[in-house]
Design a protein around this ligand. Structure first.
Ligand code: HEC
Length: 136
């Protein structure tokens, strides 16, 4: 029974990562960085549409990020452990999405202080993961 459960679990993680490579993740990371820049521009130029397009871009790229297949297939125990630690969890995705919506809502209401606060929270999510992964 346990064996069946384990293989089901493995199967589902493989399916989850199917077709997603390290290059794809790098590309999605770059998309997110660009989206963050767009949002910031929108703040500086006080332009709601720019903020909204950055948020749209960010939320659509963050949805795609996941551990690439080669990480899931890793056999070395220590590397696997590290990889698990840095997997893009649903929690991170949810948080980034929520804070993005806060940016939109607050900025629309003219509350740029709170909008920037939410932006900062997103930046912290990016940086804390990067710190764990490569001590940036
Ligand atoms: C769950 C962990 C995690 C989160 C959250 C995360 N990143 Fe990353 N990021 C990575 C990893 C891992 C790499 C290294 C990818 C590689 O080289 O395989 C990376 C690399 C990058 C790079 C460099 C890409 C390149 O060209 O080499 C940029 C830019 C980047 N991230 C931007 C962001 C932004 C912006 C956010 C937040 C909106 C973010 N990341 C959130 C894990 C994360």
């Amino acid at each position: 029974m346990q064996k069946i459960l384990l293989s089901l679990l493995l199967l589902s993680t493989f399916l989850y990562a199917e077709g997603y490579s390290r290059e794809d993740r790098i590309k999605d990371m770059q998309e997110m960085a660009e989206a963050m820049n767009t949002i910031q521009s929108g703040f500086f130029y006080n332009n709601y549409d720019t903020v909204a397009s950055g948020v749209e871009h960010l939320t659509s790229s963050v949805e795609r990020v996941r551990p690439p297949l080669e990480e899931l297939e890793e056999t070395d125990v220590m590397t696997r452990y590290m990889n698990n630690k840095i997997q893009m969890t649903r929690k991170v995705v949810k948080k980034i999405n929520q804070k993005s919506l806060t940016i939109l809502r607050r900025f629309k209401n003219g509350d740029s202080t709170q909008a920037v606060q939410a932006y900062k929270k997103i930046l912290e999510q990016c940086m804390s993961c990067h710190q764990q992964t490569r001590n940036w």
